[in-house]
Ligand binder design. Structure first.
Ligand code: ADP
Ligand code: MG
Length: 230
């Protein structure tokens, strides 16, 4: 099954990302606090203690995942308008994700057109691509190839992220970016793509998805907020 989607419109629902984050982090912290208080109140049997601690660690892992989806490259809240050197920023993202690529036995291939520059907020740009590329790596638990390609046609800058992973069904593609939509159970937050789409949309970029189950997925992003070259 092949599908194309022009999307980035899906996010209307979640306009207040920061409210969503604080909610997503506060919940697990409240749970952890509760279990620590229980542990402090009386001497539970070892088995019970272990159970409480396991839950607390799981909840902290969850909070950490949420923070990763939003704030890996966080900076003060105001939106910056700066020069984004596309290959340099993508390299930083790939460096951050290199341990995960190695863990999954994924080979990363870069096919950059040099010296592409767009305008926007660098840290947001990186957050968008870290979430996107991380999904690609997670879709290849038994190895594969991740290709990051950039090129320019006229005034449009193209960034393609391709994986040879699990792929998605039509239904999965349609639900991409829906808050809390995840197929990863406890391991997933279902927030990564929502963040990615909302950032790309804010940069007036377009996202197109092509995916085939068992073959892999390609995200094709187009930006036209070029910097004028002198
Ligand atoms: P999470 O990664 O926490 O599950 P995301 O919002 O990042 O949340 O992704 C939502 C879902 O979209 C994933 O659970 C997965 O089912 C699907 N998905 C996203 N990217 C890919 C990909 N490259 N290959 C296969 N499935 C993907
Ligand atoms: Mg994700």
């Amino acid at each position: 099954i092949r599908q194309r989607l022009a999307k980035a419109d899906k996010i209307e629902a979640v306009s207040h990302l920061s409210a969503a984050i604080s909610h997503e982090i506060r919940n697990p912290l409240t749970t952890v606090k509760g279990f620590l208080q229980l542990l402090g109140e009386k001497d539970y049997p070892d088995e019970k203690k272990k159970e409480f601690i396991d839950i607390a660690v799981q909840e902290l892992n969850r909070a950490e995942e949420v923070i990763n989806d939003y704030l890996t490259f966080a900076r003060p809240a105001f939106e910056k308008e700066e020069l984004i050197e596309v290959d340099k920023e993508l390299n930083q993202v790939l460096n951050v994700l290199n341990p995960l690529a190695n863990l999954n036995g994924v080979k990363i291939r870069k096919k950059y057109s040099p010296e592409l520059v767009i305008s926007g907020d660098c840290s947001k740009f990186k957050q968008a691509f870290i979430n996107l590329i991380k999904n690609g790596l997670e879709a290849m638990p038994n190895g594969g190839e991740l290709i990051v390609q950039t090129f320019r046609t006229g005034t449009v800058i193209h960034i393609l992220v391709r994986d040879t992973g699990l792929g998605m069904t039509e239904e999965q593609i349609a639900r991409l970016g829906e808050p809390y939509y995840t197929t990863k159970g406890q391991q997933g937050t279902g927030l990564g793509m929502m963040v990615t789409f909302s950032i790309i949309r804010a940069m007036r970029g377009k996202v197109e998805v092509k995916s085939q189950v068992g073959i892999g997925t390609t995200f094709h992003i187009r930006f036209s907020n070029l910097i004028d070259e002198k």
